[in-house]
Design a protein around this ligand. Structure first.
Ligand SMILES: Cc1ncc(COP(=O)(O)O)c(C=O)c1O
Length: 457
């Protein structure tokens, strides 16, 4: 398996960290630093493109990693973004993303935000029928290049992590398919501008079959509605299909991740037309020219445009975090390493430790991995003023010493983007690197006092 499909090994991390030390990138005040292996990220992205039709818009979820330098890199490689708020939309515009490459998904868009998106020509996924009605009214007196879809909850069940499951019978997101199928069909029939379907199953903790079946349920509905619009309006109306993100990653060294290849193979089998480039003829349609008279002009060359929204799969494994061990405490039956990051960077891990586990590597002051196991298990405690600020409890590690570094593996997604301001700690320096540390780029400088004052003022 290519290395960019797996977790970064302690050896690779140690060698990049040693090079960063030698390059003087870890200053005394850099008590914690976040790293991104950008070679890994680029290779992963190019693999992603190779798995889907060339017309696919890959809207990488900004919420997983909103760093400007990373967004720039993905833009230059031809990727788009999935934005969960107007802030993320404007961040993407600020980075120079073409509006057509931005997928705007927030479940609570204001009228002004909808107007802005329509005027810019951003792809919109509407969350509910009230929002659809708002857009209907807004479109009466404006031209817009936006393509517009609606989020549908396929109601295929929850994954193992309740807090991040969005496709159960109840979800705060989207229109529930089973409860509102007729209304959904009518919504397409009554609103010619509605040309897309959107779903998202995940994030993390959902088996492959669940993700595929979510798409399958909507796919069946798309075929049904397209037959109806073909018969009644003379054209196939749904031409954009957004499968969302949600593919889980492995946080454990040596555990086989759910592979993108297997996911795509299963999707192709369940929803084959989504992968047919440039032609959307419906199954059983032997003389599409006569049954769908408009199809030639409207669809034939265009096909169905796929959108994806992978966040965790894209960003998690290329990132890692390192914290200096400031102090070590030994108690009967457990030792504690006091670190410079905790619940400020690892909100989910500290609040819900059973579901969010990482691998850890201990590096000595020079960046060499320590080996062996100490007698006591270890708690990795953060610097924040509450007792739940413990990143890991009772983990087996080599003997840890003051001045060592603890590496927290697989932290590239949904960590820094969830940074908490509690206790006014300085957000750490973030460094990207290529070819195991042959070259480095500063992605974000460590915060200074002015940043903290600005936040609280
Ligand atoms: C609508 C939507 N799309 C995409 C994503 C990204 O999901 P993931 O990071 O699991 O790929 C999310 C995550 O919350 C989401 O809500």
């Amino acid at each position: 398996m290519p290395y960019f499909m797996e977790n970064l090994s302690p050896g690779k991390i140690s060698s990049a960290f040693k090079r960063a030390l030698q390059a003087g990138l870890i200053r005394e005040e850099d008590t914690a630093v976040i790293f991104y292996d950008l070679t890994f990220l680029k290779e992963r992205l190019s693999y992603l493109s190779s798995c889907f039709p060339s017309t696919t818009l890959h809207g990488l979820a900004v919420k997983a990693c909103p760093l400007s330098g990373v967004m720039q890199l993905t833009k230059e490689l031809g990727f788009g973004v999935e934005a969960a708020s107007m802030g993320e939309v404007k961040l993407a515009l600020h980075q120079g993303f073409d509006p057509g490459m931005i997928v705007y998904d927030s479940p609570v868009k204001t009228r002004e935000e909808l107007e802005f998106a329509l005027d810019e020509g951003i792809h919109l996924n509407l969350d509910n029928f009230s929002e659809l009605e708002r857009v209907n009214i807004l479109l009466k007196n404006r031209e817009s290049k936006s393509t517009i879809g609606i989020r549908i909850n396929p109601q295929i069940g929850e994954g193992s992590i309740k807090e991040s499951s969005v496709a159960g019978e109840y979800s705060k997101f989207g229109v529930p398919l089973r409860f509102k199928k007729q209304e959904l069909t009518n919504a397409f029939l009554e609103n010619d501008f509605l040309s897309g379907m959107h779903l998202h199953v995940g994030s993390q903790g959902c088996p492959l079959e669940m993700l595929v079946e979510g798409t399958g349920e909507l796919y069946d509905l798309m075929l049904e509605i397209n037959r109806l619009t073909s018969a009644r309006k003379g054209y196939v109306q749904i031409t954009t299909f957004d499968i969302g993100g949600g593919l889980p990653v492995s946080y454990s060294l040596g555990r086989q991740p759910v592979s993108m290849e297997a996911y795509v193979a299963a999707l192709k089998q369940r929803a084959p037309l989504l992968f047919r480039e440039g032609n959307l003829s419906l199954p059983g349609d032997t003389d599409s020219g006569s049954r769908f008279p408009d199809q030639g002009s409207r669809i034939k060359d265009q096909g169905v445009r796929l959108i994806t929204e992978f966040g965790r799969w894209t960003y998690t494994n290329p990132g890692w975090t390192v914290s200096r061990v400031e102090y070590v405490k030994h108690d009967p039956g457990v030792s504690t390493a006091m670190l410079h990051v905790g619940a400020d960077l690892f909100v989910r891990e500290c609040l819900n430790p059973r579901d969010w586990l990482h691998e850890y590597t201990v590096l000595d002051g020079e960046g060499n991995p320590r080996t062996g196991n100490s007698v006591n298990p270890w708690n990795l405690a953060g610097p924040l003023c509450f007792s739940g600020d413990i990143l890991a409890k009772g983990v087996s590690l080599p003997e840890v010493r003051e001045g060592d570094h603890i590496v927290i593996h697989d932290t590239g997604g949904y960590t820094f983007s969830m940074w908490s301001r509690y206790n006014s700690r300085f957000a750490p320096r973030i460094i990207g690197y290529y070819n195991e540390g042959e070259s480095f780029v500063l992605l974000k400088e460590r915060e200074e006092m002015e940043d903290i004052i600005r936040f609280w003022t």
